[in-house]
Ligand binder design. Structure first.
Ligand SMILES: Nc1ncnc2c1ncn2[C@@H]1O[C@H](COP(=O)(O)OP(=O)(O)OP(=O)(O)O)[C@@H](O)[C@H]1O
Length: 369
């Protein structure tokens, strides 16, 4: 199978000795929407710039449609890049900005106009085609940048935090447009962001990076529910982590001795039968039971032994839901939601003792390092 993009152990060491990216492996199929997600300085932009050809590759190979690209200059790569600043020419009209890449390539006026008209129509920019970009809104400028990137018909569109300059509402609206456009055009998108919600909403797969390394590559839902590493478990979603010693595994369920008790969860990937592990419990998996009158043994039976004590330290009722903060015996505070008990509305009042439980299949057991 020929991939649109392959990174094979790609690394980058800058001239000053900074290692920005190490052994980056990734294969991307045509039409996929991939997000690079990670904290500031983890190497997202450097990787994108290596794909575009603006940054040299120090080690490994980069292929587009099976052809090695390491030494191919940016203008000869089938890629376009869109920057956060949009980098539009203020003195040129929208039409000329969009057509600039084709002008540089030496296309005839007729061919260029046909392509520009088509992309302006696709992005709903016909009405402002003859205006200058500095007279336009942030959303319109973002669309012009997108049109300029797409008009050259790249195999791969590279986007570096393209929505970063927009306000929250516009950002949401353009997110939806971007996703629709990408699906309709079938162009491969590689998108850099440090906004988790954006990556989860837009991508087919997310590459989580940490200190220049790939931590996990998974579809959003899987990343959210089945983190592979402690970093991903902390970075994505709202997880509570219990560290302990592996006691045994039965099928795909692991039993772990922790300070909070003997807990169990689904094993992710391969894990040895001994050693330090983390039980990762998503907030969405946790059920809250009022401690008064409940039988602990029954809940333990129903939830595979996963019951821990906690105390409510904050309770905000929003409609039929209580938004709770609960303190665990080790002092950690976790945020949870629970349905308001209409017969006993004080069940989750501040200071109440509660029991927290979760089904083993909804927790994930991963190595502790
Ligand atoms: N030209 C350069 N010379 C030396 N070091 C650099 C250069 N550009 C980036 N770096 C370093 O490489 C590392 C990765 O930077 P990069 O910009 O790729 O991270 P990032 O994940 O995109 O961060 P951000 O989200 O803040 O943009 C950082 O430690 C950064 O300081």
């Amino acid at each position: 199978m020929i991939f649109d993009l392959e990174l094979k152990k790609v690394g980058k060491v800058f001239d000053n000795g900074t290692t920005a990216v190490s052994e980056f492996d990734l294969s991307v199929s045509k039409g996929e929407f991939i997000a690079f997600l990670g904290p500031s300085g983890c190497g997202k932009t450097t990787t994108l710039r290596m794909i575009a050809g603006f940054e040299s590759i120090s080690s490994g190979d980069m292929m587009i449609k099976g052809v090695r690209m390491n030494d191919v200059p940016p203008e000869h790569r089938p890629t376009s890049m869109i920057f956060q600043s949009y980098a539009l020419f203020p003195h040129m009209t929208v039409r000329r900005n969009v057509g600039y890449g084709l002008e540089v390539k030496g296309l005839s006026d007729a061919d260029r106009n046909a392509k520009v008209d088509r992309i302006l129509a696709t992005l709903g920019l016909e009405d402002i085609a003859d205006r200058k970009p500095d007279k336009l809104s942030g959303g319109q400028r973002q669309r012009i940048a997108l049109a300029r990137g797409l008009v050259v018909e790249p195999d791969i569109l590279l986007l570096d935090e393209p929505l970063g300059a927009l306000d929250a509402n516009l950002r949401k609206a353009i997110q939806n447009e971007l996703k629709l456009l990408q699906k309709n055009l079938g162009v491969t998108f590689i998108f850099v962001t440090h906004a988790q919600s954006e990556a989860l909403a837009l991508s087919d797969r997310i590459v989580v990076m940490n200190q220049g390394r790939v931590e996990q590559i998974s579809p959003p839902h899987q990343l959210y529910t089945r983190p592979n590493t402690p970093f991903v478990a902390q970075f994505i979603g709202r997880n509570t982590i219990f560290t302990g010693e592996m006691q045994k595994s039965e099928g795909d369920t692991a039993v772990v001795k922790t300070a909070a008790g003997v807990l169990s969860g689904r094993v992710n990937g391969s894990i040895s039968d001994r050693g330090k592990v983390n039980v990762v419990v998503p907030a969405e998996a946790i059920e809250v039971h009022g401690a008064a009158g409940v039988e602990r043994a029954r809940i333990a039976g129903e939830f595979g032994g996963n019951v821990i004590d906690a105390m409510i330290t904050r309770c905000d009722v929003v409609g039929h839901l209580s938004q709770l903060t609960a303190a665990l015996p080790d002092g950690r505070a976790i945020s949870l939601e629970a349905h308001v008990d209409k017969y006993r509305p004080d069940t989750f009042a501040v200071g109440s003792g509660v029991l927290l439980s979760w089904k083993p299949a909804e927790a994930t057991v991963i190595p502790a390092h």
